[in-house]
Design a protein around this ligand. Structure first.
Ligand code: ATP
Ligand code: MG
Length: 427
């Protein structure tokens, strides 16, 4: 026997009934983005590797070790999209969108990162994110945060917290960097290998170390708050005031630095207390220098990315994986003539109503048909056998309430109308 081929490690198939949860979330995302005035962008699954090296940063986990990079047949280095911000900015520049004024853009789709797979961490995962370009003020930071927060609120998820921080800009970050270097250097031998490697290139990254040996030194590290320049300090105060105006609860976490190099000033994370080690649902911030570093104008921007898989894990944990409510009508025909009667009725239901209509075409006993109706999660069964044909009355059975009623077998349109009437049409 041929050996079975399975999905690649770290990837997941999305299959029913779980795919309905995704559809529901995606529908909510599109509706929410629309309410905030954000328009969708879709970019290619792969891009020139250079885009991510420049746009994400050489000292990041993504570029250092997580990219799926390959050489195409023309000898060009290509990389499967590991994050969306650089591609979205690339597309906005390529289509001269930024010259037309501030842009509000969002995306939903897969990212690829070569990671060690575990719960909440995959090699192909999916993100929803937004990018708002053209505003220097902290109102825009608060706007993107509130957009993400609304999604959480729409699901009524509890145990979720927003933490914010400022990581300054090009004028004050060098001083903080220096202070961190001075703090960590004397203890360098006691730090984790990862920290030792990072310390000269990107000492800020030590603050988000998860290594036990680093924590003691991180705890006593200086805080950026004490090094922010006047403008960055004002921006942070304005962000806080705007979050208060929008009644979004937050706390300040001076350890948030975010993995990517391009952030300036505002950084934030939303995490959940039900996720364990992979607790961050959403991360983002302001990146006033990215657009220029990708060859565009000197233009500020702010955004976030939310992990769809992790978000749905939290949703499931908070509302349980209760069976979906029953929906739709199973058309049950007993005999060839009954099938010929029901087929056009099913056709009419599918054409003219929102009611899901199921039909099985095999010759079976009523009980077997009802089992299939259960498997389909149908709320009603419309049953036609020889008796019903003779009397000109179908049986409409409520599979939840276990009650029967009779429905005259008139034209398909009349029957469909009667079914909408009988079921409330809201199945
Ligand atoms: P982490 O510290 O967990 O690796 P990150 O800083 O790499 O996160 P971002 O690049 O900010 O994550 O991506 C935003 C969100 O996308 C994350 O908070 C998470 O919800 C999700 N995400 C990122 N990488 C993965 C992955 N490999 N598998 C599943 N979800 C992911
Ligand atoms: Mg990561």
């Amino acid at each position: 026997m041929a050996s079975k081929i399975t999905a690649p490690r770290g990837t997941q198939d999305l299959i029913p009934p779980h795919s309905a949860r995704w559809q529901e979330l995606e529908a909510k995302i599109h509706a929410l983005a629309r309410r905030f005035g954000y328009a969708e962008v879709r970019t290619p699954l792969f891009e020139a590797t250079e885009l991510f090296v420049r746009g994400v940063g050489e000292t990041t986990d993504i570029v250092e070790k997580e990219m799926y990079t390959f050489t195409d047949k023309g000898g060009r280095s290509m990389t499967l999209r590991p994050e969306w911000t650089a591609p979205v900015v690339r597309a906005a520049l390529e289509h001269q969108m930024l010259a037309r004024g501030p842009q509000r853009l969002y995306y939903v789709g897969p990212i690829f990162r070569y990671e060690r797979p575990q719960k909440g961490r995959y090699r192909q995962s999916h993100q929803f994110g937004v990018e708002c370009t053209g505003y220097r003020g902290a109102e825009a930071d608060a706007e993107v945060i509130s957009l993400g927060w609304e999604l959480i609120r729409a699901y009524g998820i509890e145990g979720v917290s927003l933490r914010i921080n400022s990581i300054g800009d090009a004028s004050c970050r060098p001083r903080y960097r220096q202070a961190l270097l001075e703090h960590f250097r004397p203890n360098i031998a006691q730090l984790s290998e990862e920290a030792q490697r990072r310390i000269e290139r990107n000492p800020l990254r030590l603050l988000d170390s998860k290594e036990e040996r680093d924590l003691r030194f991180v705890a006593s590290a200086p805080h950026f708050e004490d090094f922010l320049c006047e403008e960055c300090r004002e921006h942070f105060a304005s962000l806080r005031a705007n979050l208060d105006l929008l009644e979004i609860p937050y706390s300040i976490d001076w350890r948030i630095v975010r993995g990517l190099d391009y952030y300036t000033r505002t950084v934030f994370e939303v995490s959940s207390n039900v996720l364990g080690a992979q607790s961050t649902l959403c991360g983002g911030g302001r990146y006033d220098d990215l657009i220029a570093s990708l060859g565009g104008p000197n233009m500020p921007a702010v955004g976030f990315a939310l992990g769809i898989e992790r978000f749905l894990m939290v949703v499931e944990a908070s509302r349980g994986s209760a069976a979906a409510p029953r929906a739709g009508i199973q058309a049950i025909a007993l005999g060839a003539q009954a099938r010929a009667t029901l087929l056009p009725i099913v056709g009419e239901l599918r054409r003219a109503t929102e009611i899901p209509a199921f039909m099985d075409y095999e010759e079976r006993k009523l009980l077997a048909h009802l089992k299939i109706a259960d498997r389909n999660g149908a709320r009603f069964a419309l049953i036609v056998g020889s008796e019903e044909l003779a009397s000109g009355q179908a049986v409409l059975r409520d599979l939840e309430g276990r009650t029967d009623r009779r429905l005259p077998l008139l034209s398909p349109k009349d029957v469909a109308d009667a079914l909408v009437e009988a079921t409330g049409g809201s199945l």
